[in-house]
Design a protein around this ligand. Structure first.
Ligand SMILES: NC(=O)C1=CN([C@@H]2O[C@H](COP(=O)(O)OP(=O)(O)OC[C@H]3O[C@@H](n4cnc5c(N)ncnc54)[C@H](OP(=O)(O)O)[C@@H]3O)[C@@H](O)[C@H]2O)C=CC1
Ligand SMILES: CC(=O)N[C@@H](CCC(=O)OP(=O)(O)O)C(=O)O
Length: 310
């Protein structure tokens, strides 16, 4: 029998992309709410409680409301794309490749939180080095990133694309999150296994989809003997045996003159690079992904499939 999936927020940016990915699937019955009724609480509650899995593509407050609407119903499982539950101890964090046990946790969980787009890159780079003992306690981690503007949802898409928008954004590339209190910091710290919150500086570029996340490191402040080779080897070992997160070979990275933020637009994979010069003092770890692919909707479909396999 086909599994019933309801995407609450199906008419938004992330929801639409999930719907597109599921459109041809025969193993799934998509429950749907008419666009004009998308904020009708009673209809949402009925649909949420009719689903096997409800995928929440909503702002945090509406996700919390959906959680409350389904709290008494053990038959529905939730997969939430918002920030609301990403560091909640009862929710499985939906980054299957972040450690060997994570896919099984996601598979059997009633509640799964889909990671943030920036944290997917940052945790993907940092966690393996913490687990391998290369990145020591107390290291001051910085994360610098650029996102495609769809990362800001319907509102930012309109601001970037519509010159008549009252809050039109005419800039081609801007920094934001300048208070250094971005909502992704708690999950980066927790799932990156960090003991200090990273210093996170995000930015947006005038392209719809794509993302670069950078974590620059000073080798002399890492564990004794850390080198570009040992860092690369730790990442390769961590991601062995799966094909969603790939670690680019060092010789290939050395031949790369530039990294294009849009390279993986439309794909659900992530590429990791270790840049630097053998014998040099620094390395720059770089994650390349689509903010709406592995950074959101692609990861959501991957997590949904894991949950359906239980
Ligand atoms: N865009 C991205 O790259 C990523 C987004 N996310 C997260 O996914 C979630 C959705 O983001 P995104 O798709 O970008 O946002 P959008 O603004 O594009 O879409 C959100 C949708 O939710 C609807 N909505 C808002 N409030 C309610 C409510 N109270 N009840 C029912 N529906 C409601 C909106 O309707 P209306 O049009 O009426 O406002 C809209 O259709 C957010 O939590 C976001 O942080 C996560 C990773 C990446
Ligand atoms: C460009 C842009 O505005 N991006 C969003 C994050 C998008 C995203 O990943 O949302 P989640 O928090 O649900 O993960 C921001 O910085 O708030």
């Amino acid at each position: 029998m086909a599994s019933k999936i309801f995407i609450d927020g199906e008419h938004g940016t992330t929801g639409l992309q999930i719907r597109t990915r599921l459109a041809e699937r025969r193993d799934i019955e998509l429950l749907s709410i008419p666009e004009a009724e998308r904020r009708n609480a009673q209809m949402r509650e009925d649909l949420l409680n009719s689903a096997d899995i409800a995928i929440l593509c909503l702002p945090d407050d509406a996700s919390i409301q959906a959680y409350e609407m389904t709290a008494a119903n053990n038959n529905v499982r939730l997969l939430d794309a918002s920030t609301a539950f990403r560091v909640h101890p009862d929710w499985a964090y939906g980054f299957a490749e972040m450690d060997k046990a994570q896919a099984e946790k996601i598979r059997t969980a009633r509640h799964v939180s889909n990671p943030g787009c920036y944290p997917t890159g940052a945790i993907g780079l940092i966690r393996p080095l913490r687990a391998a003992g290369i990145l020591p306690d107390g290291y001051p981690v910085s994360v610098n990133a650029i996102s495609g503007y769809t990362g800001g949802g319907k509102q930012m898409i309109a601001q970037m694309e519509d010159p008549s928008h009252p809050e039109h954004l005419a800039s081609n590339n801007f920094l934001y999150g300048l208070t250094l209190k971005h909502k992704h910091l708690p999950e980066m710290k927790m799932h990156g296994l960090l003991d200090r919150a990273p210093l996170f500086s995000p930015s947006v570029g005038r392209f719809p989809q794509g993302m670069i996340v950078q974590v620059p490191l000073f080798l002399e402040d890492l564990a004794t003997g850390a080198s570009i080779d040992s860092i690369h080897a730790a990442l390769v070992a961590h991601y062995a045996g799966q094909d969603i997160v790939t670690v680019v070979p060092l010789e290939e990275s050395r031949a790369v003159p530039r990294v294009d933020a849009e390279e993986l637009a439309g794909q659900d994979t992530m590429k990791l690079f270790v840049f630097g010069t053998p014998g040099g003092a620094h390395v720059n770890l770089v994650a390349l992904l689509d903010n709406l692919g592995k950074g959101a909707s692609g990861a959501a479909v991957q997590n949904m499939d894991l949950m359906l396999s239980a």
